[in-house]
Design a protein around this ligand. Structure first.
Ligand SMILES: Nc1ncnc2c1ncn2[C@@H]1O[C@H](COP(=O)(O)OP(=O)(O)OP(=O)(O)O)[C@@H](O)[C@H]1O
Ligand SMILES: [Mg+2]
Length: 377
């Protein structure tokens, strides 16, 4: 028997405004937020059509602009964890016989018992939470899928079901399906090449012209690669834009806020605070972000220039609880210098940090003991 969204109990809304929550996490891609939110609302209102997935999205665009991040942010907003979705790397299914990894081998076939399907109804159900009964499935780099996977996928997009090797089926009527692809990416890079260098992007007219061109390149490449049946079953094709300097700076702030949260979470009342000035931020951006490669290197740069030297200091016992680690560019201008001091006072400094993050709309939450006066240093 098929379960449909129509006979289930109403969905509690995730707290707050979905557009705002998603938009504050996914930087500089309002088109993606606007594309996804109405489909979530349709599901929550129990008005999503039966017999197909709630929404099917194809995310296109240059590397490091937030395609995969969109899915992580949505999982975080809907389910409270950015890991709460099922990811299928289509690159792992380039050979015809590898499709058995996805749906399991039919009974009686060699290896039947060992080949557990990657997608099952139980796995999809386990991705839903009491906040939201919508599961999120990502097929990453869909252009790499073997034709047999593309055929299976067509069934999923068309009827909302996938038949497994053991003849059971998986129902996607309560799923949002995301396909990501680098189709057209090389051509997009060529289009970006003359303007490459994110510092130089000032002219807005030029940006919106580029935006239109990238969209056309992406859609052209999709039509050349996929059959019209496949393209017709996609609800929204979203073209991601190259991130400008302001967006990259905001993403850096997000990652620094995440790092501060991690320190607070792991070290509790013995936590310390990071104090980065604008010159240190600029150094990280210079090494880790470009209009051409997006924000992909940012995380690794933070790790190399900040996290690893910090880890040495912490593991050598040089960072006392509730101290402040000042981070400034070194004299050579290529590294960061880290120094420890008691000033400014931990709680005041953290409250100021939290205020700054709120002003920039970067999600950041203080731990209860950070606002509690009883444990003052
Ligand atoms: N728009 C964005 N908002 C917030 N963070 C972003 C954004 N774009 C990129 N990032 C950061 O950069 C990292 C890499 O981005 P992501 O994995 O989404 O790239 P992608 O567009 O999927 O690229 P690829 O085509 O190479 O897979 C993310 O984990 C995130 O930290
Ligand atoms: Mg990706």
């Amino acid at each position: 028997m098929r379960t449909t969204t129509q006979n289930r109990k109403p969905q509690p809304n995730p707290p707050g405004d979905l557009t705002k929550a998603l938009g504050s996490r996914l930087v500089g891609q309002p088109e993606a937020v606007e594309a996804v939110v109405p489909f979530v609302r349709m599901f929550q209102a129990r008005l999503a059509p039966a017999g197909r997935p709630v929404g099917v999205f194809l995310l296109l665009g240059p590397t490091g602009t937030g395609k995969t991040r969109t899915v992580e942010c949505l999982a975080e907003v809907l389910h409270g964890s950015e890991k709460h979705f099922l990811k299928v790397d289509c690159g792992e299914f380039q050979m015809e016989h590898e499709v058995a990894k996805l749906i399991g081998a039919p009974p009686g076939y060699l290896g039947h018992r060992e080949t557990q399907p990657m997608i099952t109804q139980a796995k999809l159900n386990a991705l839903t939470t009491e906040h939201c009964e919508l599961s999120i499935v990502l097929f990453d780099e869909v252009e790499k899928a073997a034709p047999s996977l593309a055929r299976l996928l067509l069934g999923v997009l068309d009827k909302g079901t996938l038949r497994l090797g053991d003849n059971s089926s998986v129902n996607f009527e309560r799923s949002l399906i995301f396909l990501t692809s680098n189709l057209g990416a090389t051509e997009m890079m060529r289009e970006l090449e003359p303007r490459f260098g994110f510092e130089a992007v000032a002219d807005r007219a030029g940006q919106s012209e580029t935006k239109g061109k990238l969209g056309k390149i992406g859609i052209g490449a999709v039509r050349r690669k996929f059959s019209p049946e496949f393209v017709n079953r996609i609800d929204r094709v979203v073209s991601y834009q190259p991130l400008d300097a302001a967006a990259l700076e905001l993403i850096l702030d997000q990652q620094l806020a995440n790092l501060q949260s991690l320190i607070t979470e792991r070290h509790g009342t013995r936590a310390f605070r990071l104090d980065l000035g604008q010159p240190a931020r600029e150094l990280l951006l210079r090494h880790g972000a470009s209009r051409r490669y997006g924000a992909r290197e940012l995380r690794r740069t933070i790790q190399r220039l900040l996290l690893q030297p910090l880890a040495v200091m912490v593991s050598e016992g040089k960072v006392p609880p509730r101290s402040t680690v000042r981070i400034r560019p070194s004299a050579c201008g290529e590294k960061l210098d880290l120094t420890v001091g008691p000033e400014p006072p931990y709680r005041a400094a953290l409250l100021e940090f939290s205020r700054q993050m709120r002003k920039r709309r970067v999600p950041y939450e203080l731990a209860p003991f950070d606002t509690d006066d009883s444990d003052a240093a």
